[in-house]
Design a protein around this ligand. Structure first.
Ligand SMILES: C[S@@+](CC[C@H](N)C(=O)[O-])C[C@H]1O[C@@H](n2cnc3c(N)ncnc32)[C@H](O)[C@@H]1O
Length: 303
C-alpha cells in the first residue's frame, strides 16, 4: 500500500507545522516528518503508539498524516505531565491545535513509560514512534518493552540517531540500538520514498536523524540480537540511574516475553554500568605510599 496524501491538505499541513516548530523544542523536524509520513503511507496502521509526547507536536503530526490514510487509534505516553521546555504547559498541549483528525482517535497518557503500554493498548501495534529518553540503554529498553506488543511487519521508529555526535545533548541510545539491528530489519531515511511537498517544512538542516526497525515474525529472535546492546557502556547520567524498582519490573518483563538469556544481559549491564557510586570511606591514613598499597589490595580483591 502507498497512499498519497492530497496536495491541498499537504499545503495546509506545511503551514501548520512551520508556524509551531522551533529548533529549541526538541521535536521532530521537517526531515523526520517526511520519513514518518512516507512510512505511515506505506502501510495501513490502525493502532499507533508514541513514547515521548512532550508538546504533542509529533503526536499532532502523526494524527494529521494518518487522517489522510486510514482510521486509527493513537496513544501517546510520557513520563512527565508538563512540557519540559515550558513547564506552564501540559504535555500534549499542541493536540488541541492539531488540524482536524476525526478518524484518528488520540489519547495522551502522562506519568507513564513504555512498560505501561500493554495496560492501555490491547490491539497489536502497527506503528510505534519512540522519542523519549535517548541515553543508552533507554531506547533499547523502550524497544524491547513494545516489541512483544507489535504486529509482525509493523515498524518501530527511533528519533535522534545523531545525538551521539552532539556536544550539548550527547546520547548514544539510538545509535547503539541501530548497531545491534540486523541490516534486513533496518529502514533508513534514504530507503523510503520522499514526499516532495515536505521539502518546505522547517528543518535543522541535517537529514538522517531518524530510522525504523521492521518487526519480524518472531520478535524474540530480534530481541536476542538487540539485547547485546546492554553489554555496551551505558551513558545514563549518575543522577538518572535506573531505579531498582524499574529494573526488577523490567527483568520480570524480559524473562516472561524473551526468556532468561535476554533478562541476563540486562542484569549484567545493570551490574556493570548502573551500580551505585561508591563514596570512599573517610580514612585517617596518611595519603601516599600506604594508601596506594591498600588500594592495590582492594583492586585485586574486586577486579
Ligand atoms: C524529545 S521529547 C519528545 C518530542 C516529541 N516526540 C516531538 O517530536 O514533539 C522527549 C519526551 O520524552 C519524555 N520522556 C523521557 N523519558 C521518558 C521515559 N522513560 N518514558 C516516557 N517518556 C519519557 C520527556 O518527558 C519528554 O517529554
Amino acid at each position: 500500500m502507498n497512499t498519497q496524501v492530497n496536495l491541498e491538505a499537504k499545503t495546509e499541513f506545511v503551514e501548520w507545522f512551520n508556524q509551531r516548530w522551533n529548533n529549541r523544542m526538541g521535536a521532530i523536524d521537517g526531515f523526520d516528518v517526511a520519513f514518518i509520513g512516507a512510512l505511515l503511507a506505506s502501510q495501513k496502521s490502525s493502532t499507533i503508539v508514541e513514547i515521548g509526547c512532550a508538546s504533542g507536536l509529533s503526536t499532532a503530526v502523526i494524527a494529521s498524516l494518518q487522517e489522510q490514510i486510514s482510521p486509527a487509534r493513537l496513544t501517546s505516553f510520557d513520563i512527565d505531565d508538563r512540557f519540559y521546555e515550558d513547564r506552564t504547559k501540559p504535555v500534549g498541549y499542541l493536540i488541541e491545535e492539531a488540524l482536524p483528525h476525526p478518524s484518528v482517535d488520540v489519547s495522551i497518557q502522562t506519568g507513564k513509560v513504555s512498560l505501561d503500554v500493554g495496560e492501555h493498548v490491547s490491539d497489536p501495534i502497527d506503528f510505534c514512534f519512540i522519542d523519549a529518553a535517548h541515553k543508552h540503554p533507554w531506547p533499547l529498553i523502550d524497544t524491547l518493552a513494545v516489541l512483544p506488543l507489535m504486529k509482525p511487519g509493523g515498524v518501530v521508529v527511533q528519533h535522534d540517531l545523531k545525538m551521539f555526535l552532539s556536544v550539548d545533548f550527547y546520547a548514544t541510545g539510538p545509535k547503539i540500538l541501530l548497531d545491534q539491528t540486523p541490516p534486513k530489519s533496518q529502514i533508513r531515511h534514504g530507503s523510503v520514498a520522499s514526499v516532495p511537498e515536505f521539502k518546505n517544512l522547517k528543518t535543522r538542516g541535517r537529514d538522517g536523524n531518524i530510522y525504523a526497525i521492521r518487526v519480524p515474525e518472531d520478535y524474540r529472535q530480534l530481541g536476542a540480537k538487540l539485547c547485546q546492546g546492554f553489554y555496551l557502556g551505558w551513558d545514563v547520567a549518575p543522577s538518572k540511574k535506573i531505579s531498582k524498582q524499574f529494573a526488577d519490573r523490567f527483568i520480570d518483563f524480559l524473562s516472561l516475553h524473551y526468556g532468561p538469556a535476554v533478562a541476563r544481559s540486562f542484569k549484567i549491564g545493570m551490574k556493570r554500568y548502573n551500580s551505585p557510586i561508591r563514596t570512599p570511606a573517610p580514612s585517617s591514613e596518611p595519603q601516599g605510599h600506604a594508601t596506594s598499597i591498600s588500594r592495590k589490595i582492594v583492586n585485586k580483591l574486586t577486579k
